[in-house]
Design a protein around this ligand. Structure first.
Ligand code: SAM
Ligand code: DTB
Ligand code: SF4
Length: 344
């Protein structure tokens, strides 16, 4: 393929990517890869707009799953304590604050294998209240049983986050308590219920490039690309089996972002966990490579995220603005003010 002219760079919506093709993409010279990814990015998005979501852990710790990266698993001895589900009031308060800070989507995460019916009723109330604040809603609750996605959709849920995390081949080294197929089944239920899909993975877990390629292939070859693709860089947490995982070459991280952009041209690619330890320059490269979404706020679920002030300064220095909404059915939203405009 010729990567030297914008006219030869065409982004197609494909669902038949092979591992060999994606490996070839990873192997092209860095500048050519960035050029191609950025050109595709510009064909679908305003390159100066970044979507912002805020995360809240509504049920922290005590999770029965054994995900090797996760500080919330009961299988690992970390400093995260198990807490009960937050009350509706606590959630509404946090969402109101997030809205005031400029986020347009509020993501609620629960450390569950899957939601029990009684808990789901409480989540449904939370979704309704957060939506009534004019925010987009996202939840991540683990695996869904048949019918639960429909209940969430009826409550007005916009997005469901459920990650493939890594390639099928590396998966068993990371999680043994649920299968790759379990994840695909939950994603299919979410899609069938008409909820937007937020699905990505983690890199920097000691996997090889071929496993990063396998993750991207499985995301891109889903029947429909996820609307939102979070790319997490492992946050190494003391007490988890991955606490001493070897650090990923930052340029390899940028390549992963660029390849995600090329493979899923119309999806929002989210620079997710791991930003706290990334330099401003690395994040800027990621935005150039096609990342156009992030989590804002000082905390992810249990680990730190860059402080709001640092993000505001970064966006200002790069001339980027937080966008109104990524909702695919709405073209504008009056509910949110851009963080950049608040800061200026
Ligand atoms: N329990 C639910 C589940 O696993 O689907 C929802 C919450 S879980 C914390 C959501 C995602 O966070 C995981 O799929 C994983 O990709 C990401 N994650 C968890 N711990 C992480 C870490 N230490 N570093 C980077 N990403 C992490
Ligand atoms: C996702 O892919 N990343 C977010 C969100 N979805 C729920 C979570 C990151 C969690 C990082 C570890 C923690 O803070 O506990
Ligand atoms: Fe539980 Fe989700 Fe953490 Fe896995 S990633 S241990 S399912 S909270």
């Amino acid at each position: 393929m010729d990567f030297s002219s914008p006219s030869t760079i065409q982004s197609q919506l494909r669902h038949d990517w092979t591992i060999a093709e994606i490996l070839n993409l990873f192997e092209i010279p860095f500048m050519d890869l960035l050029y191609q990814a950025h050109t595709i990015h510009r064909q679908h998005f305003d390159p100066n707009q970044i979507q912002a979501s805020t995360l809240l852990s509504i049920k922290t710790g005590g999770c029965p799953e054994d995900c090797a990266y996760c500080p919330q698993s009961i299988h690992h001895q970390t400093s995260v304590e198990s807490e009960p589900l937050l009350s509706l009031n606590q959630v509404v308060e946090a969402a109101t604050q997030a809205r005031a800070q400029g986020a347009n989507r509020f993501c609620m995460g629960a450390a569950w294998r899957s939601p029990k019916e009684r808990s789901l009723e409480k989540i449904i109330d939370m979704i309704k209240e957060v939506k009534s604040l004019g925010l987009e809603t996202c939840v991540t609750l683990g695996m869904l049983a048949p019918g639960q996605a429909e209940q969430l959709k009826a409550a007005g849920l916009d997005y469901y986050n459920h990650n493939l995390d890594t390639s099928p081949e590396f998966y068993e080294e990371i999680i043994t308590t649920r299968t790759y197929q379990d994840r695909l089944d939950t994603l299919a239920q979410v899609r069938a219920a008409g909820i937007y899909v937020c699905c990505g993975g983690i890199v920097g877990m000691g996997e090889d490039r071929v496993h990063r390629v396998g993750l991207l292939a499985n995301l891109a070859n889903l029947p429909q690309h996820p609307e939102s693709v979070p790319i997490n860089q492992l946050v190494k947490v003391t007490g988890t089996p991955l606490a001493d995982a070897p650090s990923l070459d930052p340029f390899e991280f940028v390549r992963t972002i660029a390849c995600a952009r090329i493979l899923m041209p119309q999806s929002f690619v989210r620079l997710s966990a791991g930003r706290e330890t990334m330099s401003d320059e690395l994040q800027a490269l990621c935005f150039f490579a096609g990342a156009n979404s992030l989590f804002c706020g000082d905390k992810l679920l249990t680990t730190p995220n860059p402080e709001m002030n640092r993000d505001q300064q970064l966006l200002k220095r790069l001339g980027l603005a937080f966008s109104a909404t990524e909702n695919f059915e709405k073209t504008s939203s009056s509910t949110c003010q851009s963080i950049a405009s608040i800061s200026s």
